[in-house]
Each structure stands twice: as C-alpha cells, then as structure tokens.
Design a protein around this ligand. Structure first.
Ligand code: FAD
Ligand code: NAP
Length: 541
C-alpha cells in the first residue's frame, strides 16, 4: 500500500526537476521530487571533474521563468563553470523554497501504473512506496554514466574515477601518473587541466573529435546590463530559434560564397570562440557534405597549425564523421596540451586497449603504468536513466521492453501504453540538440498547461495514441535522414553503448518549430493523445 499520495511525483532534481516542482506547485499541485544524489543540480552536481563548464553562454543557459531571478543573479563568466551553475541552482532552490518537497539520496527504482486508481505507484531504494496521479521523469538525458567494458577494469589498484561521479572534494593529481580514457566533450575539458597537474598524463583516444576554442572570459558587466535590459526579447529569440541560443540566423549555403569569404567567416568564428561561429554560419553545414567539408577542413588546418609533432597532429585529426554530427567539443588549450612533454596520446583505434592490470593500461602496443585512471567515457544517453527504472504501464508492460528496438515517444513527451507519465526532454524532442534549459522550460510549461487542461475538462488520464506516436517517431527519423547526422557513430544513435539499438534519438527539426507543433497539438484538443474520465471506459487506439 502506498504510504502517501501526491498529485505528481517528479524523478530528478536537475534543471528540469527543479522547475517542474516550482511550476506544478504554483498550479496548486501536491508534488514530491526524488533525487538520487545527495544534493540538487543534476548534471552540475555530479560532473565536478576539472575544467567542467557549459558551452552555452551563461546569459542564455539560465531560467527565464522569473524576471526577478533573471535580474538578481549575476553571472561572472561568458561560459559558466560547474561550480557557478551549481551555486545558481542552489540559489533557485532557496529562492523558491523548493527543498521542502525534494527528498535527496533517494533513487526511484520502480513506477507502476495502477488501472484501479488511474495513477502511479512509485517505489524507492529506501523501501518507500507512494502514489501519484502523474509521474514525471526529469531523469536527464546525460545522467546514466557509461563505464567502459574493458577486461580487468575492476582489478585496477590505483584510484579510479568516472568524470560524472567525481568526488565532491576534488582530486589532487600532483606527482601522479594519470590515464584518461575518452576524448569527447568531457575529456576535452578535463585533459588540459589534469595535464597541468599530473606528473604524466596518457590520453587514450578512440575517436578524434572536432574541437573549437571556447575563449571563455570574465563576463563584461556592461554586456550583462544590456542583456538584462532586453531579456524578454532575447529569451523569445531563443525560444523560437533552431537551437535555443541567441545567434544570427544563417542566410545561405557555404557553397554560395567563395573560398576567401568562407575562410574569413570561419576565422572570425574561431577567433570569437564557441561552436556557433563554425557550425552556425551557413544554412547547410550539417546537411550538405561539401559545405560540411569546408568547416571540417578549416578545423583540421587549425589542428595542424597548433600541434607541433606532425604524427600526433595526424592522430588528433578527425576523419570518420562530418563535423557537427558528433557533439562539437568546445575546449580551452586542448590541442596545445599535446605539445607538453608530460602528455602522451595513444590512438586506441590503431592499438586497442586489451586489458587493465592493477598498475597499468595495456594496449596491443605495450603497457602504460599509471597511478590513477579517469574514465571520461560518457553516458547511456537519452534512455539510460529512464530504463534503469522498472517502469510498468498498462497491463504491466515494461517501458524498457517497449523501447527494446529504440525509444518510442509521442513528441518525446509521452509513450503509448503509459498513461499520465511524462518525459522531460525525452527521445524525439530537441533536447540535446538545443540549449537544454530552453527545451526544459518548454516541456515543463507544456506539461503544466496540459495538467491544468485535464483538470478543467474533467479528465483524469492522458495517454499518447499509438498511431500518433508511430508517426512522430517516423518523422523524427525522416528529418534526421535529411541531415548528415546518421553518418556518425555517435551517442545520438546509441553507438557508444554495446548492444544499444541504433536509432537517432533527438529531434533535429529545431526548437522553434517543435514548440509550434506542441502548441498546435494542445490547441487542437491534445491531438494524438487520448484523454479519459474515470466514469468512461478508456479507449486507446
Ligand atoms: P540532469 O541534470 O541530468 O538531472 C537529472 C537528475 O535525475 C540527476 O540528478 C539524477 O541523479 C536524477 N535521477 C536520475 N534517475 C533517477 C532515479 N531513478 N531516481 C532519482 N533520481 C534520479 N546542455 C546544454 O544545453 N549546454 C551545455 O553546454 C551542456 N553542457 C553539459 C556538460 C556536461 C558535463 C553534461 C554531462 C551535460 C551538459 N549539458 C549541456 C546537458 C545537461 O545535462 C542539461 O543542460 C541539463 O543540465 C539537464 O538537466 P535535467 O534536469 O534534465 O537532467
Ligand atoms: P562522449 O561524448 O560519449 O565521449 C566519451 C568518450 O569516451 C569518447 O571519446 C568515446 O569514444 C570514449 N569511449 C567510450 N567508451 C570507450 C571505450 N570502451 N574505450 C575507449 N574509449 C571509449 O561523452 P562525454 O564526453 O561525457 O560527453 C557527453 C555529452 O555531454 C556531450 O556530447 C555533451 O552533450 C555533454 N557535455 C558537454 C560539455 C560542454 O562543453 N558543454 C562538456 C561535457 C559533456 P567514441 O567517440 O569512439 O565512442
């Protein structure tokens, strides 16, 4: 029997869970948030590795729901560090009195739909069992760490870390020999900082990545004042844009200009820092192979310029995927780091890791003795955290099994057969292809309005229609197929997790377009959803 009943249970207390709590509580609902961590903040609680920061500018990677919050919070850097983002979210939790409804150090292990009550029974690893009419998964797209399946990993006798489970007090690598496995966005941020401290650093690279300079700097107070004075317009631009960021809209193909103009445009983007100046200046960079190659070649040339040893430079040059089809990495002194005497690069595609021994990483080419091992090996992205929960919908059907061939969700918000269950930034929504705070706010606002409309209409359940869901999933694939994204073995398609079905998970159709679709669906009486009242039998397509 459930110990307590809520209107809504929210799983996770990152950007999504915190705003969901605030929003739903403001609509008068009784809400409980469960968070596995010992603190709030989600991504920005767990990822304390050296160098961790956001690569969307702080003025845009922040909540827009409260004008007071917007005005009172002072950002200090162009790109906020993990520490600054955590302080911001703790301030938000304080300011909106959120902690009283958040239970920390509590992992939701199971959620079962109960036909009799038309709600959810939720179980935690503390043995609690509560019920709620609505269950909202704010579990994060990048929150289930991926530990590499390397023989002997457990036998390593030195210190072993995953970047997404970094110790709260930090780690001192002074005088130590360190191995980093992984050169995605995380590795790219951590490697230069660890290299400065460690006696020696060995970087194990499987895929060379495109990295552009961040050019982070203290935030100009004058710029901050200007932005704060025009926030409503700026936020609206982000909400209706393709990626949720404040940037000029590209006007033409990379092929529409001559080589000199293109080179100058990329050079300006490179000098300004960030991904937009390279990926966001032409309309077709991730659509047309020739256009894409111009941007990729520009970055390759910069790598050759920076890296002194030509053999190392060639190893660092990405060649297996179009630029932008794996998440572009934004770094500080990344390529420069490989000019240091205390840094060794090992290409594990050429010489794979065969084993980890108690004292070393062994490859087909030899052994690298180390005192500490850092796995910057990413996440079981987009579906991992939800699948880790035993979610059972109508007739006891398992969500993990329903998704065995890849995730299926209508608008990325809800899955057929799982009434009253919502996914924030779920698969099939722009999520990880956007400034995620913008996408989170859009989903939370939509869900809150949906619950209010259900209440007003006397409905007590809502569920995705199977046919509408199938059409949306097909549309997500169709749009992805119009781009170059499917040419990369990325985590967007689940390629980083052995055995995971290969299906493109986020929606590449753009934040603004997607918002319009969601708003139309709601205006149209929740087209593609089935709503029901308790006194009526449920009919599901
Ligand atoms: P999260 O912040 O991941 O929070 C989910 C929470 O749910 C976690 O705290 C987790 O512990 C909890 N949880 C999961 N399962 C359970 C369970 N069963 N029971 C209880 N609790 C559970 N996005 C951008 O837009 N721009 C960036 O520059 C950017 N940089 C990033 C850098 C890093 C290192 C990482 C990892 C991600 C980055 N992201 C970025 C994506 C980032 O995850 C989102 O921007 C945003 O923070 C997600 O918020 P969230 O609340 O949806 O998820
Ligand atoms: P990731 O992009 O998945 O990178 C993981 C790295 O580990 C890749 O280089 C991968 O190689 C490698 N790897 C995985 N398993 C391996 C194995 N068994 N042996 C050898 N190498 C292995 O993960 P991430 O770097 O943590 O980033 C995940 C996402 O989080 C990013 O794409 C981004 O969305 C977000 N993020 C953003 C920032 C930021 O700057 N804003 C910073 C960090 C993270 P392959 O590429 O060959 O799979």
């Amino acid at each position: 029997m459930a110990e307590e009943r809520f209107d809504a249970v929210v799983v996770g207390a990152g950007f999504a869970g915190l705003y969901a709590l605030h929003k739903l509580r403001s609509s008068g609902l009784k809400v409980r948030v469960y968070e596995a961590g010992s603190g709030i903040g989600g991504t920005w609680f767990w990822n304390r590795y050296p160098g961790c920061r956001c690569d969307v500018e702080s003025l845009d990677y922040s909540y827009s729901f409260s004008a007071e919050l917007e005005q009172e919070w002072e950002w200090t850097e162009r790109y906020p560090s993990q520490g600054e983002l955590l302080r911001y979210l703790e301030h938000v939790a304080d300011r909106f009195d959120l902690m009283r409804d958040i239970q920390l150090e509590t992992r939701v292990t199971a959620a079962r739909y109960d036909e009799a009550t038309r709600g959810w029974e939720i179980e935690t690893d503390r043995g609690e069992r509560v019920s709620a009419q609505f269950c909202i998964m704010a579990t994060g797209c990048l929150s289930a760490p991926n530990f590499p399946d390397i023989p002997g990993l457990e036998s390593f006798a030195g210190d072993r870390y995953h970047t997404a489970r970094w110790p709260e007090g930090g780690v001192d690598f002074t005088g130590r020999r360190v191995a980093v496995i992984g050169t995605g966005s995380t590795g790219v941020q951590a490697i230069p900082v660890i290299a400065e401290q460690a006696e020696h650093l060995v970087v194990f690279q499987r895929t060379a990545n495109f990295v552009v300079p961040a050019r982070n700097k203290p935030l100009d107070p004058e710029l901050q004042r200007e932005v704060k004075a025009t926030y409503p317009e700026r936020r609206e631009t982000c909400r209706t844009s393709a990626q949720g960021v404040f940037a000029p809209v590209p006007q033409h193909s990379a092929m529409a200009v001559d080589d000199a103009e293109r080179e100058a445009t990329y050079a300006a983007g490179w000098a300004a820092g960030g991904g937009i100046g390279i990926l966001g200046v032409y309309t077709d960079t991730v659509i047309d192979e020739r256009s894409n190659a111009t941007a990729a070649d520009f970055v390759r040339a910069r790598i050759r310029e920076v890296v002194e040893d030509p053999e190392t430079a060639e190893k660092l040059i990405p060649d297996g995927h179009p630029i932008g089809t794996k998440r572009i990495c934004v770094g500080t002194d990344y390529f420069e780091t490989f000019n240091r005497d205390n840094v060794t690069l090992v290409d594990v595609r050429a010489t794979p890791i065969t084993e980890i021994t108690p004292t070393a990483v062994r490859t087909t080419d030899g052994e690298y003795p180390v005192d500490a091992l850092v796995c910057a090996t990413g996440f079981d992205a987009m579906t991992g955290a939800v699948r880790n929960i035993d979610v059972r919908g109508r007739d006891g059907a398992s969500l993990a099994e329903y998704w065995h061939a890849g995730p299926r969700a209508y608008l990325g918000l809800a899955a057929a057969g799982f009434p009253n269950l919502f996914l924030i930034t779920g698969p099939g929504s722009p999520s990880v292809l956007s400034n995620m705070v913008v996408s989170i706010e859009q989903h939370v606002d939509w869900i809150a309005q949906c619950l209010a409309d259900l209440e007003a209409g006397g409905f007590d359940t809502i569920e995705a229609d199977r046919e509408a869901e199938a059409q949306w999933v097909a549309h997500v694939q169709e749009v992805a197929g119009m781009t170059l994204f499917l040419k990369a073995a990325s985590w967007y398609v689940g390629a980083n997790i052995p055995g995971k079905p290969r299906i493109f998970m986020p929606y590449v159709g753009g934040v603004g377009n997607y918002r319009n679709v969601c708003d139309d669906v709601a205006r149209d009486g929740y087209r593609g959803f089935v709503r029901a009242r308790a006194r009526e039998p449920l009919s599901v397509a």
